[in-house]
Design a protein around this ligand. Structure first.
Ligand SMILES: C[S@@+](CC[C@H](N)C(=O)[O-])C[C@H]1O[C@@H](n2cnc3c(N)ncnc32)[C@H](O)[C@@H]1O
Length: 230
């Protein structure tokens, strides 16, 4: 079945962007997933297709008008796909949410610009608000593409056999252990001996130990959750 992505944006040229290359690019050509890009400007008003207006209550910047956003979203054959508004005010995206989204029929994405979208459009359309991190981008396109890439790679048949997601960061609540490949030595730095030992039990033990070390050091928030789940 084709995973259907619709994106509503003021910068349609930004799509498919990074999603149009490599395995996901092939997946798009093969019809494993599809992309419909809707230009929000087409739903704007007047000679200049105005989509935004000044912020109620004052303050710098412009806000995307609710009627424009609602008309654009309602022009889409939504089916039972979730409607997602990418926003720094949203719930932070994580691998659990990515996995949940990968089980849907597809996604309808609203990419914001300017100061953001009128709250009433978010409420009326019952949008799911998602953030890709605690930083502010200029628009929702790169955020949406990052989310799409994370979701699409979990769709059956999208990744080559060589790639697997079982042992990856976040899948077991930990960050991944360090990775090595040939040559055995570079500039005096060796591949850890245990990885060349052929002793599978010792290798597994090393991987878990390294995963735990890096998670404890870099992500105390994940480490606390992991310890509690023991
Ligand atoms: C300049 S930002 C608006 C920031 C907003 N005024 C705020 O303070 O939360 C413009 C658009 O970029 C997108 N965006 C920016 N940062 C994002 C993030 N971390 N996650 C998801 N979308 C983001 C959203 O679609 C947002 O409407």
């Amino acid at each position: 079945m084709t995973f259907k992505i619709t994106t509503i944006t003021l910068t349609p040229d930004a799509w498919p962007g990074a999603l149009g290359v490599s395995l996901l690019g092939s997946g798009l050509k093969d019809g494993r997933w599809s992309l419909e890009t809707i230009d929000l400007r087409e739903f704007g008003y007047g000679k200049h297709n105005m989509v935004d207006d000044t912020c109620a209550g004052g303050g710098a910047g412009m806000v995307i008008k609710p009627d424009v956003a609602i008309n654009a979203v309602k022009s889409v054959n939504i089916g039972n796909r979730p409607i997602i508004y990418l926003t720094p005010r949203g719930k932070p995206l994580n691998q659990k949410k990515v996995r949940e989204l990968s089980k849907a029929d597809g996604l309808v994405l609203f990419c914001g610009r300017f100061e953001g979208l009128d709250q009433r459009a978010i409420d009326i359309l019952e949008m799911d608000e998602i953030s890709v991190g605690d930083f502010v981008l200029m628009g929702g396109d790169i955020a949406a593409q990052a989310m799409c890439e994370a979701v699409l790679r979990l769709i059956d048949g999208m990744m080559g056999k060589a790639e697997s997601h079982e042992n990856e960061s976040f899948e077991n609540g930990l960050l991944e252990h360090p990775l090595y490949t040939r040559p055995r030595e570079i500039e005096g730095h060796q591949i850890p001996e245990v990885l060349l030992s052929g002793n599978h039990a010792a290798i597994e033990k090393w991987k878990i130990q390294k995963s735990e070390e890096v998670t404890r050091e870099r992500r105390p928030d994940l480490w606390e959750k992991y310890k509690q789940s023991d």
